[in-house]
Design a protein around this ligand. Structure first.
Ligand SMILES: C[C@H](O)[C@H](O)[C@H]1CNC2=NC(N)=NC(=O)C2=N1
Length: 63
């Protein structure tokens, strides 16, 4: 749950929002830039920030 909180903070900080699915034991994050209907550098930057937060929390990536 802490990771979800940090994802929200990161998204608000850059005004760019992922789709987040919170399940038991996993958090699934999907990123795309809705305004252009594609993946942009904004998505890449936010994805990197989210991965850094997950790593800081000792949460391993699933894929
Ligand atoms: C007005 C505000 O900046 C826009 O609506 C932002 C908000 N967050 C966003 N998040 C995502 N994923 N795509 C967008 O195009 C987008 N646009």
């Amino acid at each position: 749950m802490e990771l979800v909180n940090r994802i929200g903070e990161a998204a608000e900080a850059v005004d760019h929002h992922p789709d987040v699915t919170l399940s038991y034991g996993t958090v699934d994050v999907t990123l795309s830039s809705h305004d252009v209907g594609a993946v942009t550098i904004r998505d890449v930057h936010l994805a990197r920030a989210i991965s850094e937060q997950a790593e800081a929390l000792g949460i391993a990536p699933v894929r």
